[in-house]
Design a protein around this ligand. Structure first.
Ligand code: HEM
Length: 223
């Protein structure tokens, strides 16, 4: 086994603040929308929900700035050939749906600069470049609808903005179930979680040729 440094510190800090924050947003959001605990006053819950939202906006900046100014941005690059990308996505789906249960090897070989398989690269891109910004932005618009009156009108009124915000919440709940299940599919159930905590993924070989040369510091010998 070889240890590959796949999750640099800023990514790990962003990820765990984001994960905790999203769970807190979901819980406070459910209370705001459905008043599960009727005795709880609404205003402090809304204030808490908004405060967590602003923390996550700043935290999103950590993720964005890190990847924009780091050579690790290659992990999010889509395959330039749609045909190859489609084939790799299908291979990965076949592995998750069938090969995995037959003990076949994962078709994707992790490397420091290509840690995501085709399905992950595509999903994480959609989540991080489209859905997370949309959820945060629609939250800010709902937070002060007068200041964003033009945007509210453009999107079709307060109910439309609210529907967008709640639909994204439903999507994130679904994402979270699938995401957490997929993170248990490493060589042990906790291997990917451990990697997201200490940065190092344990892989069977050094990995397929990286998109860019891998600095020696990115590869550490197994203990
Ligand atoms: C609360 C439970 C969560 C757990 C246990 C968890 C676990 C993990 C683990 C183990 C990884 C590394 C494995 C991989 O590369 O696929 C990962 C990566 C990732 N997760 Fe999560 N996650 C959680 C919540 C979230 C949420 C709420 C989001 C977004 C809204 C999210 C977005 C991501 C993204 C974008 C990556 C790739 C990060 C990168 O390396 O650039 N996760 N997660």
């Amino acid at each position: 086994m070889t240890r590959l440094y796949v999750h640099p510190l800023p990514v790990r800090i962003w990820h765990w603040i984001n994960a905790l924050g999203f769970v807190a947003l979901m819980l406070t959001g459910i209370q705001i929308g459905y008043r599960v605990f009727e005795a709880l006053p609404l205003k402090p819950v809304i204030d808490l929900h908004c405060a967590i939202g602003f923390v996550l906006i700043a935290n999103y900046g950590v993720w964005l700035v890190y990847y924009l100014f780091s050579d690790r941005i290659t992990v999010y690059h889509p395959e330039l050939s749609p045909r190859t990308h489609y084939r790799n996505v299908m291979r990965q789906l076949a592995y998750y749906g069938y090969g995995l249960f037959k003990g076949q090897p994962n078709p994707h070989h992790v490397s420091a600069y290509r840690k995501f398989n085709a399905l992950q690269a595509m999903t994480y891109q959609i989540v991080m470049i489209l859905l997370v910004p949309l959820a945060l932005y629609s939250g800010v618009v709902l937070w002060d609808m007068q200041a964003f009156a033009g945007t509210v009108a453009l999107l079709g009124g307060p109910r439309a903005v609210n529907t967008l915000h709640v639909s994204l919440f439903v999507g994130f709940v679904a994402f979270l179930f699938v995401h957490i299940y997929l993170t248990t599919l490493g060589h042990t159930a906790g291997a990917h979680i451990k990697a997201m905590l200490n940065g190092y993924e344990e892989v069977e070989q050094a990995g397929e040729p990286a998109a860019e040369p891998v600095p020696a510091a990115a590869v550490a010998p197994a203990h």
